[in-house]
Design a protein around this ligand. Sequence first.
Ligand code: F6P
Length: 330
Amino acid sequence: MKNNSQKINTIGIITSGGDAPGMNACIRALTRTALFHNMNVIGFKQGYNGLIENNTVFLDSKKVGNIIQRGGTILKTARSEEFRTFEGRKKAFENLKLNNVDALVAIGGDGTFTGADIFNREFDFPIIGIPGTIDNDLFGTDNTIGYDTALNTVVSAVDKIRDTASSHGRLFVIEVMGKDAGLIALRSGISTGAEAILIPETTTYIDHLLNKLCKDRANKKPSGIIIVAEGDDFGGAYNVAKAVKEDHPLYDIRVTVLGHIQRGGSPSAFDRVLASQLGYGAIKALINGDKNAMIGIINKEYVLTPFDQAIKHNNKINMSLLELAEVLAC
Ligand code: F6P
């Protein structure tokens, strides 16, 4: 992972994949740390598409001012189809050379790092990845940029829904994002006192849920919240609601799919600090000669994890939290 041969004069930055709150704070930290070390900074717009189309913007201290609090990404983002092809990656490499870019920093999630890994193997171009995704599904960091904000967005939405659930005596089945990971579901479920939490990391036994709801009704508890991760093996909130209705026709059930409100909004203080630390750390890592790895923070320490390890989807679920959630929902 070391690259001792070359001084870095110019870095390129992309944000790629799904946007996540805190990406702008990270662009700011990268730019200002790089400028502090006398580097030039070029942003490429719309993820890997910006490399392929040579869609650039020079970043200076002013251009990244007043963005730390903004959601989304000033560099825009995309899930690039063309970068999946060798021809696309070759164009990207040629444009990096054309702009005299010595190293690239890619802020994104597993799709971004899969691309970075392939690109690096083909063209031996130095890249550092920064984990930016609301899903928190990357191995090699305790938290990804955007996860904390998304979690708080879900909690605030579910709290509001809870008001209606209890006023009307309704059962709400609420679907949250996370792709094939249940981290948003688990922590938001605990934070909102959900009656049940269904996540992809464990098999969903619908009978288990139905029995629990039976007990709740026997205890004269007509309202409730079930949080379902979008990747759950039972197939999402509508399927769960249908199964519950068939078994408990008396329940007044509503489904809410929270959707993309989870990706937007002003980043939390936690995400702003994390993004600043990771941006700063990424430049330090490049100066140190590191490359082709994702920088993360584990137990307050910077850690570099090779791309192919970071995207291994290692299960980050703390099973004792699931048990805790069940006990507290009794
Ligand atoms: O990876 C972030 C994420 O929001 C996932 O939670 C979700 O499955 C996916 O992106 C949605 O992607 P899109 O915005 O392309 O529909």
